[in-house]
Design a binder for this molecule. Structure first.
Ligand code: PMP
Length: 354
């Protein structure tokens, strides 16, 4: 606290990101990065942009990327005007909170969810009501049929990994024609079905995605949203009042190339899904309860050991997983799916606990 701070800043409870340790030899399964790495075509495109164009400002609209994203979703008839791009989906979400979720009634999101949502509510002074997940850690659409100033949830949810079928997403959309419903699909490519297919049916739907997970570009910071043009226009207004060049030239060039290399993307996703199945089975054989996951992580607990205790013991062996000291989930661990070797190290590490 400082006498120079504004009252708003004094009250902020900022988001605490997962640890990014300096030591390279750790088995890092704590921040849901994709271990398979980006497409070589992405590296090539960035290298070329680095050699040729760093002197020049980037395109403030990121038009080439919007077009690449629209082309990628051609089956759902999305055009570039329905796409917004930003510096990671965290920034896109920040603009969404500022431009679309600020109403006279509280916004709704699940009690166990991405911890940036309450942080943005604090920053933008937005009231919220948190809706408990069911006993099986699912979102119940019935609970989202009350007056609200907007709704947001990740699908699959984080950190549970549980996925809500699109018929239930539609139920929420239909019950809330006057509110924006934001579906944060950071992890959708690992087995979920995207709500982007519904965008042209529901003017109140905004879908947010990232290149950090399935496209393995967390370091490049690219996220995007797809929705009705009217919603995208609100985000553009916020962006143009905040940062004229949210994406740099390297990010734009790399992100366009990422959408063009579909094969790499598909192989990477199926590699994660295959390893997720194996890790789940291995954990279950060792007595863990593992929630069904459609994400690149699993959320698991052991009846005989505290989550914090397991995390600490794995850490002693150079394996980092995520533990949340929060009500209802303090016995769980969130474990990112790594390469086969990393997952083998995890399994070996767990064996030494028994
Ligand atoms: N949404 C959810 C649910 C997430 O877990 C994350 C990653 N921490 C993000 C959004 C943000 O991803 P990024 O800013 O890397 O695009």
């Amino acid at each position: 606290m400082s006498k120079y701070w504004s009252p708003l800043v004094s009250e902020l409870q900022p988001y605490v990101p997962g640890e990014q340790p300096k030591m390279a030899n750790l088995v890092k399964l704590n921040t849901n990065e994709n271990p398979f790495g980006p497409s070589p075509k992405v590296i090539e495109a960035i290298q070329k942009e680095l050699n040729d164009n760093l002197r020049l400002y980037p395109d403030p609209e990121g038009q080439a990327l919007k077009e690449a994203i629209a082309d990628y979703h051609v089956d759902f008839a999305i055009n570039a005007k329905q796409v917004f791009v930003g510096n990671g989906s965290d920034e896109v979400l920040a603009h969404i909170f500022q431009g679309l979720l600020k109403h006279d009634k509280p916004i709704l999101f699940p009690d166990i969810t991405y911890s940036f949502y309450p942080v943005y509510c604090g920053l933008y002074q937005i009231e919220s009501t948190v809706i408990p997940l069911t006993d099986s850690f699912e979102i119940n659409p019935e609970d989202y049929k009350r007056p609200n100033g907007g709704i947001i949830f990740p699908n699959p949810n984080a950190p549970t990994g549980r996925y809500l079928g699109l018929q239930h997403v539609e139920e929420i959309l239909q019950a809330n024609p006057d509110s924006v419903v934001v579906v944060d699909e950071a992890y959708v490519d690992f087995g979920g079905d995207t709500a982007i297919r519904l965008v042209n049916q529901y003017p109140n739907l905004l879908v947010c995605q990232t290149l950090s997970k399935a496209r393995s570009l967390a370091g490049l910071r690219v996220g995007f949203a797809v929705g009705n043009e009217e919603l995208i226009e609100a985000l553009n207004r916020v962006k143009d009042s905040f940062n004229s060049y949210p994406l740099d030239r390297l990010a734009l060039a790399g992100a366009v190339a990422a959408f063009e290399d579909k094969q790499w993307f598909e192989d990477s996703c199926s590699g994660v899904i295959r390893e997720r199945k194996r890790v789940t089975e291995e954990l279950e054989q060792r007595g863990f309860e593992v929630l069904p996951s459609k994400a690149n992580f699993v959320f698991a607990r052991h009846p005989g050991h505290e989550g914090a205790e397991i995390a600490a013991k794995l850490r002693e062996q150079g394996i980092i997983v995520r533990h949340f000291n929060k009500p209802r989930i303090s016995d769980f661990l969130r474990i990112t799916i790594g390469t086969s070797d990393q997952n083998n190290a995890l399994i070996k590490g767990l064996d030494s606990l028994q």
